[in-house]
Design a protein around this ligand. Structure first.
Ligand SMILES: [Zn+2]
Length: 286
């Protein structure tokens, strides 16, 4: 699967009331329409994550893996945006390898496919790297990713930003939440409380707070909070994310994590701001 196919596969089917969002999606990510999709299975509480979703997540990550360490070809952008109707923005700025102070750092494996699946299953907007990055969006401010992110904040007016990262397997938690000791929630403490509750109910119980507080350097969480949008950094243990797909435990954990995040994100109704957006982000990838 090529990077372009990855973007195409990630795209959400269009819905008539969301014309502007659809236009944004097309202009931001290309001009092909996404593949037809069956309605998602529903439970009393919303979408039920199935084994097919898990399989698709793993396939997406395999596609990302082909480009973890490959620089973008001339004229192509190193990140992609999938615009959805709900007022939540999911960021995976380390989905591929990145460059920090001149040194290459490995991809946060599993975060790209997770961002893509959350977009497909819940309608959030997702921005994620697709090629090796010439910068580090979670460390530097002066890069095209941050510029596109800033433009997205203005155009979509999200209620919340979730910034996805991968923690080493030897960390003692499944997910650690970084909120600059609460500052990045901007008074919306219930956002984190609801996220934690949704994950626990789905069986993701080893949660921690502020092991990585997102305070140091120019983190995504700090960046969005300064622009008036609550942000939560999720450091997800490597063992809870999709990788090769040959491990039943991995598949089981991916299903739980996906279900918990889906349950949380489905509480957000489609945004009027998305529909009312009149202008495109100026530096969006073409
Ligand atoms: Zn990271």
């Amino acid at each position: 699967m090529t990077a372009e196919n990855l973007r195409t596969a990630a795209r959400r089917p269009m819905k008539p009331p969301l014309f502007i969002a659809a236009v944004l999606t097309l202009l931001l990510t290309g001009c092909q329409s996404g593949p037809p999709q069956r309605p998602q299975p529903q439970t009393d509480h919303g979408t039920l994550v199935t084994k097919d979703h898990v399989k698709t997540t793993i396939e997406h990550e395999k596609a990302f893996a082909q480009y973890y360490d490959v620089p973008a070809p001339a004229g192509e952008n190193w990140f992609a945006i999938d615009v959805g109707p709900t007022p939540v923005l999911v960021v995976a700025g380390h989905a591929t390898a990145h460059t920090r102070e001149g040194a290459r750092k490995a991809a946060d494996r599993g975060t790209g496919s997770l961002a893509v699946m959350l977009h497909k299953l819940t309608g959030v907007t997702a921005i994620y790297t697709v090629y090796a990055s010439p910068s580090d969006p979670n460390y530097d401010d002066d890069n095209a990713f941050k510029e596109a992110l800033s433009n997205l904040l203005q155009a979509l007016q999200p209620t919340l930003v979730l910034d996805l990262h991968t923690s080493h397997a030897d960390r003692p938690y499944a997910v650690d939440f970084g909120t600059m000791a609460g500052q990045s929630l901007l008074g919306r403490a219930e956002l984190l409380a609801n996220l934690e509750e949704a994950l626990r109910q789905a069986g993701v119980e080893d949660l921690s707070n502020e092991s990585f507080s997102a305070q140091r350097h120019h983190t995504i969480t700090k960046w969005v909070a300064r622009q008036g949008v609550p942000g939560i950094q999720l450091e997800i243990n490597f063992t809870w994310l999709a990788h090769a797909g040959d491990n039943p435990t991995e598949a089981h954990r991916v299903a739980k994590l996906l279900q918990g995040l889906v349950n949380f994100l489905q509480r957000f109704e489609p945004s009027e701001a998305t529909e009312e957006s009149q202008s495109l982000p100026a530096s969006a990838p073409r």
